[in-house]
Design a protein. Structure first.
Length: 318
């Protein structure tokens, strides 16, 4: 058995594994050929050769059907892991243990407030103080685009629509409540019925719509028949909060994010007081993307934290 394994390692063309990985990622031989700058017959021949080496069918396909077999999926997972190892070799050669350098780009939605995420970043900086980070704030849609385009190593955002090339790990869950500022006529009024908001001017996020990432908030507004004019929108939490505090209207904000504003008298909580809309915030990354060693280590630590910290501790209720 050991001799057979050694023979397999020496005889296989490692380029076949890379070609197979791209075939699966692109969901087709023609698309894979375009990405690899190879002709379709060359890609088809590479797949056949790999299936001969593996002695099993890896992909079922015809003119209208493309499906990765269970064996093919297992091989793909190993190819991705192998690709990440190989892509990190230059960093391993340059860096000494305990002397990691590099730069990490992270794209985040504007309202990310997550203490355990901060703890992971703090621990990472303690262990690798020479690694630099850039944090860019954008809409959730722009965060996913940045990850897809390799402009960010990974992102943190709401998931509006799952992209097939991205992985989504549930980072935390937050509750959204309605708030108004001190200039609003409902400020300081307790135990209001939800109907009291129906005609009030409204401020919100651009994704506060049934087709957007904040659809649970939009659903509540639709169910309650809110008819007030939308007088202000933004993709950034601070700007939505600015308009609410300025008295433009009432609007939704993550409850745990604005607790200090409520205590300071800048905001006032409005109904619903129980069972507010909940929103899931995800860690988003491209499993097949090339990463430097610093990115790989931080992403691994974040995913490990998600796996080990109970979901209840990553849930911020209303």
């Amino acid at each position: 058995m050991a001799r057979q394994r050694r023979r397999f390692v020496w005889e296989i063309d490692w380029n076949l594994l890379r070609t197979f990985m791209v075939i699966v990622q692109e969901r087709g031989l023609t698309a894979a050929g375009e990405k690899l700058s190879l002709k379709q017959p060359t890609v088809s021949n590479a797949l056949k050769r790999l299936e001969i080496h593996m002695d099993c069918r890896l992909i079922e396909r015809n003119a209208s059907h493309f499906a990765v077999t269970p064996a093919g999926q297992r091989l793909f997972n190993e190819c991705v892991a192998l690709f990440e190892i190989v892509s990190g070799l230059p960093q391993h050669m340059e860096e000494q243990p305990g002397d990691l350098t590099g730069h990490i780009e992270i794209a985040l939605a504007s309202h990310v407030v997550c203490p355990f995420l901060d703890e992971v970043l703090a621990g990472f900086h303690t262990n690798f103080p020479q690694v630099t980070l850039s944090l860019s704030v954008a809409s959730s849609q722009e965060v996913m685009a940045a990850v897809l385009n390799r402009d960010a190593g990974f992102g943190v955002c709401l998931m509006q629509e799952r992209h097939p090339k991205l992985e989504y790990d549930l980072l935390y869950r937050e509750s959204f409540g309605y708030f108004c500022g001190a200039r609003h006529p409902l400020f300081g009024v307790a135990d209001l019925p939800l109907q009291a908001l129906r005609q009030e001017p409204y401020v919100s996020f651009k994704t506060d719509q049934m087709s957007g990432a904040l659809w649970p908030v939009a659903l509540l507004r639709q169910q309650q028949g809110f008819e007030g004019q939308t007088v202000g929108t933004s993709s950034h939490l601070e700007e939505v909060k600015r308009l609410i505090i300025a008295g433009f209207g009432f609007g939704p904000l993550p409850i745990h994010v604005v607790e200090e504003d409520v205590r300071a008298g800048r905001l006032w909580r409005l109904p619903p007081y129980h069972d507010p809309p909940v929103i899931d915030v995800h860690l988003v990354y491209d499993r097949a993307a090339r990463r430097n060693r610093a990115e790989t280590i931080l992403l691994t630590e974040l995913r490990k934290a998600i796996d080990t910290i109970p979901f209840e501790q990553r849930t911020y209720p209303g």
